[in-house]
Design a protein around this ligand. Structure first.
Ligand SMILES: Cc1cc2nc3c(=O)[nH]c(=O)nc-3n(C[C@H](O)[C@H](O)[C@H](O)COP(=O)(O)OP(=O)(O)OC[C@H]3O[C@@H](n4cnc5c(N)ncnc54)[C@H](O)[C@@H]3O)c2cc1C
Length: 486
């Protein structure tokens, strides 16, 4: 059976995998008017395998730009301090963001909101449909998928994005390796009820060979993650609550009377990154492109940022507003971020697992340095929260180019992240703008007397900035970045 993703080859996108990365990407593409089909091997139900529980400030800003942050904020628990290695505290209350905290909320709540948005935008979902391979040519990609009735379907699309997680079939189909290594093995996870409440919102500690972490989901359940260095068994070894309780007691001093686990699992954590996020018309995003340890709560957050970076570029190219070369910037911009996240989460886990005197000393030195040197602390905080990433800018560009745009107060739309909700570029001017207004451009004015003209990309990064007063310069930038087509 052959299916063209609406409109025939050359127009639509197939997204493989309905995890958070695929859901955000598909919702963005459909909002931008691109025909998009999501293929997901799971049956259609909300997975209870809630893995991520931390949504960082930059991700909250991206969700705000899609009108989803308020409902998630209402459902989760804000945490204004992060604790590492027993004594190091990172205060988030002064973050330069509307979101001065990390939001503790189960991953499935984020997925639920993203799926609802994608459905409303017109994404076609095919559940119980497993992608088994693909081939590509100059005009498009042919995806092979096995359907619930056992038949094989062939879908044709202009582009395919593999958001199919760590064991990505798409990655393998395009022949990309996934170099790296296993970092920690035999980590046990459970969602449990507690008889006693822990003293703080997030509780983590390591004693001797045991490490444990507790975080609330807001629905009465707590996520417990435990690891014991000497208990190294395969992922498919059965898990029971007694093992988790014992590790928790060793690491935290008590098990808080945990009972009634609704879910338990054992996993190992790898650090891997694909050398390229693109082969021809096929892209990788999220865990399909990079995986790392859960330390720092970065995985889902990084995948969502990948999706936000790629979606508007694919839409611009498919609508003929941008040259396909724009798609190369996905690799230039996101691959280095993935590498940094791998390094930082790997660093946190290695320091947390420190056992030998020299590594314990290194951990102490690092914690002391961070406590004593505010610029270093700010750098680490801006990386963990995702607020500090900056994309490469062309030589000679305005210093703001490539930087994250903060939530600027505007005249008509109140603030920038509200203005971004249409998925368009936003031009912010000091005065009235009389130039070209392509359909995908929102124009607004600074509230206050700032003189810089800013062109903000749909993903909230500065595409172009200008301190002069020549309207011709702004007009040229709009044509170059936004495109003149209606
Ligand atoms: C214990 C733990 C704690 C974590 N905590 C955090 C945290 O606090 N914050 C954070 O940001 N991240 C965290 N993470 C990481 C986070 O869960 C992942 O990074 C995130 O789920 C990745 O999203 P994704 O959409 O890229 O991939 P996935 O969520 O893996 O989704 C991939 C989807 O593709 C589907 N699929 C796979 N193969 C195929 C195929 N061939 N055909 C069709 N469909 C297919 C799968 O069924 C799945 O639905 C944690 C992870 C773990 C294990």
């Amino acid at each position: 059976m052959d299916t063209d993703v609406e409109g025939g080859a050359g127009r639509g996108v197939v997204v493989v995998g309905a995890g958070p990365t695929g859901l955000l990407l598909a919702g963005d593409l459909a909002t931008a008017g691109v025909p998009v089909t999501v293929l997901e091997k799971r049956p259609h139900r909300i997975s209870n395998l809630s893995r991520a529980f931390a949504v960082h400030a930059r991700t909250l800003e991206q969700l705000d730009a899609r009108g989803l942050a308020d409902e998630l904020e209402a459902a989760g628990e804000p945490l204004t301090r992060l604790g590492f290695f027993g004594r190091l505290r990172i205060d988030l209350s002064e973050l330069p963001s509307r979101y001065r905290h990390v939001l503790v909320i189960p991953q499935y709540e984020v997925e639920r909101a993203l799926e609802r948005r994608a459905v409303a935008a017109g994404v076609a979902f095919r559940y119980e449909t497993e992608v088994t391979g693909l081939t590509q040519d100059a005009d498009g990609v042919t995806v092979l998928a096995s359907r619930p009735d056992g038949r094989t379907e062939r879908l044709r699309a202009a582009y395919v994005v593999g958001t199919d997680g760590m064991r990505s079939t798409v990655r393998r189909a395009v022949g990309l390796p996934f170099p790296g290594r296993s970092v920690i093995r035999s980590v046990v996870l459970a969602d449990v009820l507690l008889a006693e409440q822990p003293p703080s919102l997030l509780t983590a500690n390591a004693v001797g060979d045991a490490f444990a972490f507790l975080a609330p989901f807001g629905d009465g359940y707590y996520r417990v993650i435990g690891w014991h260095r000497r208990h190294d068994v395969p992922d498919d070894a059965p898990v029971d609550l007694a093992e988790i309780k014992e590790i928790t007691r060793l690491a935290l001093g008590r098990d808080y009377g945990m009972h009634d686990a609704r879910w338990m699992s054992r996993f190992h954590s790898d650090e891997r990154q694909a050398p390229s996020y693109r082969v021809g018309r096929v892209f990788l995003a999220g865990d399909a492109a990079h995986v790392h340890t859960p330390a720092g709560g970065q995985g889902m957050n990084t995948g969502l940022q990948d999706a936000a970076n790629l979606s508007w570029k694919l839409a611009a190219v498919l609508h003929g507003r941008s040259d396909p070369a724009l798609l190369d910037t996905y690799q230039f911009e996101r691959h280095p971020v993935g590498r940094t996240v791998l390094r930082s989460s790997g660093g946190i886990i290695r320091l947390a697992m420190a056992k030998h005197p020299w590594s314990l000393a290194a951990r102490e030195a690092f914690a002391t340095l961070l406590s004593a040197v505010p610029p270093l602390r700010r750098k680490v905080t801006s990386q963990i929260t995702g607020l500090g990433y900056r994309y490469p800018a062309p030589r000679g560009a305005h210093p703001l180019t490539g930087r994250r745009a903060p939530d600027i107060a505007l005249t008509r739309h109140t603030r920038l992240y509200e203005a971004l909700r249409d998925g368009h570029f936003v031009l912010i001017t000091p005065g009235r703008y009389a130039g070209t207004r392509p359909a995908n451009l929102t124009v607004d004015e600074w509230r206050g007397d700032r003189r810089t003209t800013l062109l903000v990309r749909p993903d909230g990064y500065v595409a172009w900035a200008y301190d002069g007063e020549d309207p011709g310069e702004t007009e040229r930038a709009v044509r170059e970045h936004v495109g003149a087509a209606a």
